[in-house]
Design a protein around this ligand. Structure first.
Ligand code: IVH
Length: 672
């Protein structure tokens, strides 16, 4: 397994790449990281990143086979020296969540009490006992259907009885006990620290040791969490299983029975403390519907039962105090709060500002200036206020109006949201909308300051205006000049052909991101057809729910003037029909580093764009070429590599297709 720093690096690199990955690549990554975790016990990314990877694949390809294979192991790897155990019932995984809303929604899906237990970070094990209570078989989870027979080693774990006492009545198959094999933290620290990276990996090795005496010497432990095959008249609930397991001689985890589902988030937080006090590594809290009859009604997917949910730990949390609440306007014209906090270090970065999403959310949190708050980085990345620990000294005050060109506009409350009455009068909204457009069509040179200048000078009021800029008027602007003006015109002229998904995404309609736009284009083929759709037509499309359908229909209607103006300037083309320049740089992305000997960077970038290529500003895994300028180049002179060069080296080592080429190679590609 990698070091924590290595895992953090891999995780953030993968998260950055996720939006650009194709389904095939996502599937490969899901399979690869699943196998690293479960088969090799050597994860290279953290749990939240793995979950994000899975979610990205699920959003793009909900029926992907790779999703069905998820679980403790994708394949039953032949472990030498162990016979197979075919499980009587599949050993499924647990569904997981990281936030209270998902937990509460799950709680709403069934009736009756909920049992809450710690989630042990160990190895799942199934142990079978015969009719007389004698131990007969023990298996690892394997692929969920077939595992390795580890009976000899399991017999060496002192928490596991060889003969059951006080067993309930059972079917002819006998009883099956499932639970988690683990190594106590105290034992790991006193005896094995340094030998393996963590107790779970050590336990995995110990359980698969060929010599049962050697395996027993590791002193593994076991918590039982499930009892199967018992007479349902004697054992009709999870809590009854818990008592029965205890009576039979198993070690069991702390368990609480919760009546009111609304209390579950608080119970979770209480269990965080319970878990911290245990001599075993835990990675979350497991919640299950107590009644087996209710569990049966809820059923299961191929991956997990619906009656259970693991609320996973976020990782590190920190506390700070709110010093200000600031308000900002979004592209859509909604006005949202951001809380400014006293800087605090959490999961590797210093956090100073945290989005509060919308006013309704901020109100529900009970936040305001002076409040002490608990902060985590959700999924290890996005700063998030988990809860308010002590009330604010100043209550949250919502703005009632907003500055716009020529005065102020009213703010209209709409449920949890606050919206500008006339969004198009707000310079911030127009800048955000035009910036979104230039970003999606990949036009460079239109930073926020430049856009503000174009908008305030009256040259631009909507994206279509960017195509109709007058060179003279442009060149007359402050800090512009003829060359920069020409560069901007060239940028836009090179983007007069847009594919349908790019155009749809660039409109900035709520809920119409690249994935939905791609689905719309694939399903309906033309902009006219898409503009004519009703909510009903749209919600019939796989992957588009009612909310998205409504947002898109409303958004297209509101954007009609913008679309009509754009169609005067651009044509919508199919991907394959975008004019192929025939250059080896067509469709490729190129980044430059170091000084060029034969041309300046700007003209090199223009040449790439002229050939139908892209020139992003940074090195990412989907880059095609990194060009190292010949002058003083480390490639040529053996000097110190630039940051971009080092970044590309790293990505190549991780399997990225990036090619590092010299300026001379680049000129050859240009055919000059
Ligand atoms: S209940 C569908 N309870 O977590 C499986 N599992 O990520 C229902 N685990 O394979 C299992 N602590 O090995 C349950 N208190 C607990 C658990 C627990 C750890 C493991 C289990 C399962 C894995 C899923």
């Amino acid at each position: 397994m990698g070091s924590p720093a290595h895992i953090a690096d891999n995780s953030s690199a993968l998260k950055n790449r996720l939006p650009a990955l194709e389904v095939k690549e996502l599937e490969q990554l899901v399979r690869h990281h699943n196998a690293l975790y479960w088969d090799k016990a050597a994860p290279e990314i953290d749990d939240p990143t793995f979950d994000k990877l899975v979610e990205t694949l699920r959003a793009k390809a909900p029926t992907s086979k790779a999703l069905e294979e998820l679980g403790e192991s994708t394949t039953k790897k032949k472990s030498q020296g162990f016979d197979d155990v075919v499980h009587l019932r599949p050993m499924l995984s647990l569904d997981k969540c990281y936030d209270d809303d998902t937990l509460l929604k799950w709680g709403d899906s069934f009736k009756g009490r909920v049992v809450v237990t710690p989630k042990i970070d160990g190895l799942a094990c199934s142990i079978r006992y015969g009719k007389q209570g004698e131990i007969v078989l023990a298996g690892t989870r394997g692929d969920g259907k077939t595992g390795d027979n580890i009976l000899a080693n399991v017999k060496g774990i002192k928490d596991i009885p060889h003969a059951l006492k006080n067993a309930p009545g059972c079917s002819s198959d006998g009883l099956e006990i499932r639970g988690e094999v683990y190594m106590r933290i105290s034992r790991f620290n006193s005896t094995y620290k340094g030998e393996k990276s963590n107790p779970r990996n050590l336990a995995a090795g110990a359980l698969k040791t060929k010599d049962p005496l050697e395996s027993a010497a590791y002193g593994l432990s076991f918590f039982a969490y499930d009892l199967l095959g018992a007479d349902p008249k004697e054992v009709a609930s999870e809590s009854e299983k818990h008592s029965a397991l205890q009576r039979m001689g198993f070690a069991v985890m702390p368990l609480e029975l919760i009546e009111n589902h609304k209390e579950l988030p608080d119970v979770f937080r209480r269990f965080v403390d319970v878990c911290k006090g245990m001599d075993v590594e835990t990675d979350g809290v497991v919640m299950k519907a107590d009644l087996l009859s209710e569990q049966e009604r809820l059923g299961a997917t191929a991956h997990h039962p619906r009656y259970a949910l693991a609320y996973k730990f976020q990782g590190e949390s920190a506390q700070s105090v709110v010093t200000a609440i600031e308000w900002g306007v979004a592209r859509t014209g909604t006005v949202n709060p951001v809380c400014v906090i006293e800087p605090v270090f959490v999961s590797g970065v210093t956090v100073t500002r945290i989005s509060l999403h919308n006013p309704g959310y901020a109100k529900k949190l009970g936040i305001g200036v002076g409040a002490r708050v608990e902060i985590v980085r959700r999924g290890g990345v996005i700063p998030h206020v988990e809860r308010v620990l002590s009330p604010p000294t100043q209550p949250l005050v919502l703005p009632t109006e907003w500055p716009v060109v020529g005065g102020r506009t009213a703010l209209i409350a709409d449920g949890d949201f606050l919206c500008l009455a006339e969004p198009e009068r707000s310079v911030d909204v127009v800048v955000a909308r035009v910036a979104h457009f230039t970003k999606v069509i990949d036009a460079t040179g239109f930073g926020e300051k430049r856009l503000l200048q174009l908008i305030e000078s009256g040259l631009v009021s909507q994206p279509a205006d960017l195509y109709a800029l007058d060179k003279k008027r442009l060149a007359a602007l402050d800090r512009m000049g003829g060359l920069s003006a020409q560069n901007l015109l060239d940028e836009m002229n090179a983007r007069r052909q847009l594919t349908l998904p790019v155009l749809l995404t660039a409109l900035g309609i709520d809920d119409c991101g690249p994935t939905v736009a791609e689905t719309l284009a694939e399903t309906f083929h033309s902009l006219d057809a898409i503009r004519a759709l009703t909510v009903k037509d749209l919600s019939a499309v796989h992957g588009i729910g009612d909310t998205t359908a409504t947002s898109i229909v409303n958004g297209l209607r509101k954007s009609a003037p913008l679309i009509d103006a754009l169609l005067q300037q651009v044509s919508v083309v199919e991907k394959e029909k975008i004019r192929d320049s025939g250059s080896p740089l067509f469709g490729k992305s190129v980044v430059f580093t170091g000084s060029m000997a034969k041309m300046d960077r700007k003209s090199a970038q223009k040449k790439v764009q002229g050939a139908g290529g892209k020139t992003p500003s940074s090195v990412t895994a989907d880059l095609d070429f990194l060009v190292i300028g010949d002058e003083g180049s480390a490639l040529i002179a053996g000097g110190e590599k630039s940051t971009k060069h080092k970044a590309a080296d790293k990505l190549i080592a991780k399997g990225s297709k990036v090619k590092i080429i010299s300026e001379t190679d680049f000129i050859a590609l240009l055919g000059e």
